[in-house]
Structures are given as structure tokens and as C-alpha cells.
Design a protein around this ligand. Structure first.
Ligand code: GLN
Ligand code: ZN
Length: 757
């Protein structure tokens, strides 16, 4: 029985990776030094895995930005707007695809399955793919030469890659398989020549809903791949949910199958028990949670492993995480700021490597060989369960009494709209922003000083108020209609709230990559959630005191707080969501009582929590909509509830989004180049809506013409009297000049549109 890993966080223990990328982008780090820094991080990661006793170490999972972008650039799939000459893509081109440049807009970015990791969507279009560079081979050679590791290269599987790509029609799917297959063959042949025995091919698409035709195509493609490159052993890796086509998948002509035994709802195990497992294949047993941060109960895991070993020959089992460890922070070793009971119950990537090694050892030598580790893991979990933070009686009482909590606004949308129109009398096509304004180095350093105690509360609050004042002035001068306070007091839209709510804890270094160099530090929801005091009233009321125009209050919604946190695993997520919702309801009520008449409750993460398989969607949507409504339903008719979402695949959950019953919704649109608008051709959305008219992820300031065409496209489908004009998302990552310039153009485009409609 061996231990294996599927992927490792690339960001480094102290986010060295992020810092290097940003230094390179800003010109502070030369290309050569940049390569050297990234190499040091990459090798350091491999060494850690080696030292912690992992037998099968992945290579090729490390990236300069995103592993999907690595795959598309490896195949020379560069959209024509980037003037690509066909050679090995340069770093400049690579980053232009991800971030845009002066001439071309960036490629679309979207969430990786049901995670908060974002990948760059490959655009296939009319391009002929070719192998520009064999990345897995380069990674393999490096690990061998530098550290003597005989690593297992990772590739993104062909079928998943195609399914995540855009720019081709369904009828071209087969021809695209035909175009890419030779490239996969070439990669694998070159690996075999180099002496590689095993590769890991990730096909997480196998955990989603697939049709018979998909399964046929997948079977045919792996048939062709393995017969063309007979020397290679493929571990076909699935993760994030169960494989419901178990028999078809285990019959594929590959040498190993990796299954997730953590996020499978017990279904993968049930399939193995029911159908057995092919005796000529290796089972990658995903036992350690690659997505969560809790220490495993190793006794339970050993039991599960024992069940598997009763069916699969133990020498054909690899103990591994349920998915790449990309989704968890690097190390819990330095978390001395946490309560020791909590700290002892945590396992980040490094600690998970230990758990994997312990389980593999227990699998080989018997449970007695690891008895001490098993007992320690159980004790740590029990201590947390017993802690007072999980025994807040008032929270338990309210949850038990959920049926009597209001979960719908008392009046219909149209009635509320009347009341709200009367109250504000906004112009046609009102303009607003999504909440945050630039978090400049000045803003961040002020927060640091305050956190370190160098600044008093008064000093920091004074600074935040100055920022608010400046930006209320800027917004008025720009001519925006609905203002925001700018979120200067917030580091992150979830962390900020978590810090003020009971039941949350914060690590000092628990970062995970969200997209590109952007990392987030998800809070840990370890106890029952309660609101001890209002969280946002002071700043919002201050902002409102400076202007006659309406200022929107700004909260993060219950589902987003849940989905962007690491959540306790002793209760259903649904129940934790209701706890958060009830706490947020108190905040909404406090804002309303303080005279704030528009309150935005952001739910950018609602969609990403959707189960991968459609049959489980309805249940998830039901409880998430209920949680949102629990937090927003007690306000008066004339109080306008806004919400915001950062994605554009909207059509398939539009009914649930409508069911949130927010008076106004703003949605990211521009990066998917208007595709979203099509959703409204089929579904009549009867609430107010703002489709983002420019991309805030890029430093590029768009032209009036570009924004006008976004507005025109939307207004071909949506009634102008329901339409708002706003950027795609918050502006915290942008510079002040860019922000002001872009908003000025947005207002200009709005003025033009008002003349027209
Ligand atoms: N109000 C938040 C902001 O503007 C929304 C961010 C988001 O949707 N991710 O920053
Ligand atoms: Zn957003």
C-alpha cells in the first residue's frame, strides 16, 4: 500500500508565490530572478512531500498562474486577438491571456467545479492546436535532476479540458477530440521515453452529470490513448463528488482509478462494495479531505481503508487526499494565535501529508502500528466538540424554532417597487457601484498599523472616515446615483464579517489561492454563530451623513460566508447557513433602523456551492434561497434589498435567483461578452437588474463605445425602467486613477443611453 498526493498548494508557506508574481508584473522583479524564485518554491513543495513520506509525488501541478491556462498555452490555443505568432508562448503572452493587455481583453475566468478556485477558460475558436512545449515532461525532469524524485506527472484530462473550453459547438466536440488526441499521445510517449511509469490524468468531469454519448467518447479516447502509448500507466483521477457511472468508469482501459471517498456522500464506497473493483487496476483511495481543514478521525479512516482492502488487493491501493491539496492552506504549524483546542483539530496541506503517510503505514502494518496517532486524532476532535463554542443555547433555540421565522417579504415586488420609487425618485438607468473602492497601499498599511497596535482605534477610524469622505466626494462629482461607503475598513468580504461574529476563528497564515495571484484567507466556522454587536452601521451611517444621495449598506450574504469559509463538519451546512442568516438579519434590521434605505447582501458564491450533479441542485437551491430570505425579509417595503453575484452562468438557476426576491440584483457580465443577456430572452425576470458594463479584473479602461454596446445589448432584452448601470464587481483591486477614469466613462455612456431610451 502506497501513499500518494494529487496536487500541492503553489503559493508557498508565506505566499512567496503571490509576492513574486506581483513583483514581476510591476517590473520590480526581472524575468530571470522571477523564474528562480518560482523554481525555489516549486522544489520546496516537492521536498516537503518527500520528507513527509509521500511515495507518489505529483509534478506539473505547479503553475505560473493557473493549470488550465498552462494546458491551453501548452497546446498553443491562444485566441487571435492576442496576435500570437505560434511559438512557445512567452510569459508576457501568458499573462496577457490571464489579465488582458492594452490591445486585448483577458480571457474569461470562471470557478473550478464547485470550488472557489478560478481558472482561465480556454477559447478554442478556429485555432489549430499543437504541442508548443511538454510541460509535464519538463516538470518530471526537474524533480528527478534536482531532488532525485521519480514523480508522477499530472495532466488535465482531454475530456475535462474540452468541456471546460468555449468557442466551439457541440457538433465539433468529436473533431476537437481528434485534434487534441495526437498531442496527448505525444506528451505521453515522450514521458514513457523518459522512463515515466505513472501519470495522473485528472478527469473531474466524471463526477458531473454526463450523457451516454460522453461516456462513449471518453471510453473511445482512453482506448486510443492507451493503445497508442502502451508503456504508460494512467491513474484516471476523479474528485469533488461520487462517480455515478461507476461501472463505465472502472471499465475504462486505464491502469488506475482515483475516487473521492470524502465528498461522495458515501456513494463511491457503496459502488465499490456493490460492484467490486477491477483486479487489474490500482485504486487511488481519496480518504483525506482535500477541501476541508479538519483533522481526520484516523480511526474512522482506517476502518474505511479496511473495507476497501477487503475488496481491492492492498498492494493495489494508494492512500491519497480526496482531491488536490490546492484548496487548503499550506501549514497549520505557525498558528499559535488560535485557541489550542481549535488548533489541535486542524490539518492543512502539510499536516494532511502526515495523515496520508500514517494511514498508508496503518494499512501496511496494521492499526496497532499507528495506535498513538489514531488516538490523538480522535481526542483532538472530541475536545472541540465538547467546547462551549458549540453549546450556545440561544442559537440552538432559534434554529429549532426556524419554522416561525419570517422568510418572505410581506409585499410583492411590484408593491415594493412603488414604495421605493416614491422614496428615491431615481433617474432612468440609475448608476451605482458594487461596494468596494481601491484598497490602496495606503489603506492596507493603515490597517496593518492598527492591527499591530501602532495606531489607536480613533486614529484608524479617523483614517477610514477620511477615505469615505474622499470617495463620497468623488462619487458625487462623477454623478453616480446610488453611492457606497467604499469598504475601506474591510480586508476581505468574508473575513471582515467573520471577525465580528461569534463562532468564527482566523488563522494568521491560512491562505488559499482564489485566482491568479489573489489569495483568500477563509475564516473557520468552528462554533455556533451569533452577532454580538452591529458590524457595519457606523461607517454606513457616517457615509450617509455626508450626502443627500442614497448610500447602500453593504453586507456579505449567508451562503457566501458559508461557501468561502471552512465550515465545521459536525453539523449539516444547511444548519450553519441558517445560523449565519439569523445573525445577518439582525444587522440588516440595525441598518434599516439607522436610516439606511438600500441594503446590498452580496451572494457571489451562491452558484459555486451547487452540487456537481443536477439531481442534487434542487435541495441546495432550496436551503440557500431560504437562508438569504431569512436574512432579508423583515424590512419595510420601502427598504430596497440589493444583491450581487459575480458570475454569468445564470440561465439554469435563474428561477432560484429570482426567488431570492431581492429588489435589485447586479451581476457580472462583461467578461462573458454578453452571453448572460440571452438568459433573459427565455425567462422574464421581474425585478430590477444591473448587468456589469465593464470588467473590473483588468486594469484596462474601456471606451464609451464598448460600454454603450453592452448597454444596448442588454436593453434589447430587458426593459430600461428595470435596468441599472454598474461595473461587474467591486473595485478594490483597481487603482484610483483607473477606477475614476472607468466610472467617468460609465456615467458618460449612461447619459448617452438615457437620451436614447
Ligand atoms: N461588495 C463587494 C465588493 O464590492 C462584492 C465583492 C464580490 O462580489 N466578490 O467588493
Ligand atoms: Zn462580484
Amino acid at each position: 500500500m502506497k501513499s500518494g498526493n494529487l496536487g500541492y498548494p503553489r503559493i508557498g508557506r508565506n505566499r512567496e508565490w503571490k509576492k513574486a508574481l506581483e513583483a514581476f508584473w510591476s517590473g520590480k522583479l526581472g524575468e530571470e530572478e522571477f523564474h528562480a524564485e518560482l523554481k525555489a518554491i516549486r522544489l520546496g513543495n516537492l521536498k516537503t512531500q518527500q520528507e513527509r513520506g509521500i511515495d507518489l509525488i505529483p509534478v506539473g501541478d505547479f503553475t505560473y498562474y493557473d493549470q488550465v491556462l498552462d494546458t491551453s498555452t501548452m497546446f498553443g490555443l491562444v485566441p487571435s486577438r492576442f496576435q500570437y505568432d505560434g511559438g512557445v508562448p512567452t510569459l508576457e503572452l501568458y499573462y496577457a491571456l490571464a489579465r488582458g493587455n492594452k490591445e486585448a481583453t483577458a480571457c474569461e475566468m470562471t470557478k473550478w467545479f464547485n470550488t472557489n478556485y478560478h481558472y482561465i477558460v480556454p477559447e478554442l475558436g478556429g485555432i489549430e492546436p499543437k504541442l508548443t512545449i511538454n510541460r509535464p515532461l519538463a516538470a518530471y525532469r526537474e524533480a528527478k535532476a534536482e531532488l532525485g524524485i521519480n514523480a508522477r506527472p499530472v495532466l488535465l484530462g482531454l475530456y475535462t479540458f474540452l468541456k471546460l473550453s468555449k468557442g466551439y459547438g457541440q457538433e465539433e466536440l468529436e473533431s476537437w477530440i481528434g485534434k487534441l488526441l495526437p498531442l496527448y499521445k505525444q506528451i505521453l510517449s515522450e514521458l514513457v521515453e523518459e522512463g515515466v511509469q505513472w501519470v495522473q490524468i485528472d478527469e473531474p468531469i466524471l463526477a458531473t452529470t454526463l450523457g451516454d454519448r460522453d461516456l462513449e467518447l471518453i471510453a473511445a479516447l482512453y482506448e486510443e490513448l492507451t493503445s497508442a502509448v502502451p508503456g504508460i500507466n494512467i491513474q484516471l483521477q476523479t474528485y469533488f463528488e461520487a462517480v455515478d457511472y461507476y461501472e463505465a468508469v472502472t471499465a475504462l482501459p486505464v491502469q488506475g482509478i482515483g475516487l473521492d471517498f470524502v465528498h461522495d456522500g458515501g456513494r463511491n464506497l457503496a459502488s465499490v462494495i456493490k460492484h467490486g473493483f477491477p483486479s487489474d487496476k490500482v485504486l487511488g483511495a481519496g480518504l483525506i479531505d482535500g477541501r476541508g481543514i479538519w483533522r481526520a478521525d484516523l480511526g474512522e479512516k482506517l476502518e474505511l481503508l479496511g473495507k476497501l482492502a477487503g475488496i481491492v488487493s492492498p498492494d493495489r491501493i494508494i492512500v491519497q487526499p480526496s482531491s488536490s491539496l490546492l484548496h487548503v492552506p499550506v501549514s497549520a504549524a505557525g498558528e499559535y494565535g488560535l485557541d489550542s483546542v481549535l488548533r489541535e483539530a486542524l490539518a492543512f496541506a502539510e499536516e494532511k501529508l502526515n495523515e496520508i503517510a500514517i494511514l498508508a503505514k496503518g494499512g501496511r502494518a496494521g492499526a496497532e502500528a499507528v495506535a498513538a496517532e489514531v488516538a490523538a486524532s480522535k481526542a483532538s476532535r472530541e475536545a472541540l466538540n465538547q467546547s462551549p463554542s458549540r453549546a450556545r443555547t440561544e442559537v440552538h433555540r432559534r434554529i429549532a424554532d426556524l419554522a416561525s421565522q419570517p422568510s418572505a417579504r410581506p409585499s410583492y415586488t411590484a408593491v415594493r417597487r412603488e414604495a421605493q420609487r416614491k422614496r428615491w425618485n431615481l433617474p432612468l438607468l440609475p448608476t451605482t457601484t458594487i461596494g468596494s473602492f481601491p484598497q490602496t497601499p495606503e489603506v492596507r498599511s493603515a490597517r496593518q498599523k492598527w492591527r499591530k497596535g501602532e495606531w489607536s482605534n480613533e486614529q484608524y477610524e479617523g483614517f477610514v472616515n477620511e477615505q469615505i469622505q474622499t470617495w463620497i466626494g468623488i462619487q458625487e462629482e462623477l454623478g453616480l446615483d446610488v453611492l457606497v461607503h467604499g469598504e475601506f475598513e474591510r480586508n476581505d468580504m468574508v473575513e471582515f464579517f467573520g471577525e465580528k461574529l461569534d463562532g468564527f476563528a482566523f488563522t494568521s497564515g491560512g491562505w488559499v489561492q482564489s485566482y491568479g495571484s489573489r489569495c483568500v484567507k477563509p475564516p473557520i466556522i468552528f462554533g455556533d454563530v451569533e452577532l454580538p454587536a452591529p458590524m457595519t452601521v457606523t461607517e454606513t451611517v457616517y457615509a450617509q451623513s455626508l450626502t443627500k444621495l442614497p448610500v447602500k449598506g453593504m453586507l456579505t450574504g449567508p451562503i457566501t460566508i458559508l461557501n468561502w469559509s471552512f465550515v465545521r463538519d459536525d453539523k449539516p451546512r444547511e444548519e450553519v447557513a441558517y445560523q449565519i442568516a439569523l445573525a445577518l438579519r439582525e444587522e440588516v434590521e440595525a441598518l434599516e433602523a439607522a436610516g439606511i434605505g438600500m441594503i446590498q447582501v452580496d451572494e457571489p458564491a451562491m452558484r459555486e456551492g451547487l452540487p456537481l450533479k443536477r439531481e442534487y441542485w434542487a435541495h441546495y437551491l432550496e436551503w440557500t434561497v431560504k437562508a438569504f430570505r431569512l436574512s432579508t425579509s423583515t424590512v419595510k417595503d420601502e427598504t430596497q434589498i440589493h444583491t450581487h453575484m459575480c458570475y454569468s452562468e445564470f440561465h439554469d438557476i435563474i428561477e432560484s435567483i429570482s426567488a431570492l426576491d431581492a429588489d435589485v440584483i447586479s451581476i457580472e457580465t462583461s467578461r462573458s461578452h454578453g452571453e448572460l443577456v440571452g438568459s433573459f430572452e427565455e425567462f422574464t425576470y421581474d425585478k430590477e437588474i444591473g448587468l456589469g458594463v465593464y470588467d473590473i479584473h483588468s486594469p484596462r479602461v474601456p471606451s464609451v463605445g464598448e460600454m454603450t454596446s453592452m448597454i444596448d445589448r442588454a436593453l434589447r432584452v430587458l426593459p430600461p425602467e428595470l435596468f441599472w448601470i454598474n461595473p461587474d464587481c467591486g473595485l478594490k483591486t483597481r487603482k484610483q486613477e483607473e477606477t475614476v477614469a472607468a466610472l467617468r466613462i460609465m456615467v458618460e455612456a449612461t447619459v448617452k443611453a438615457r437620451e436614447k431610451y
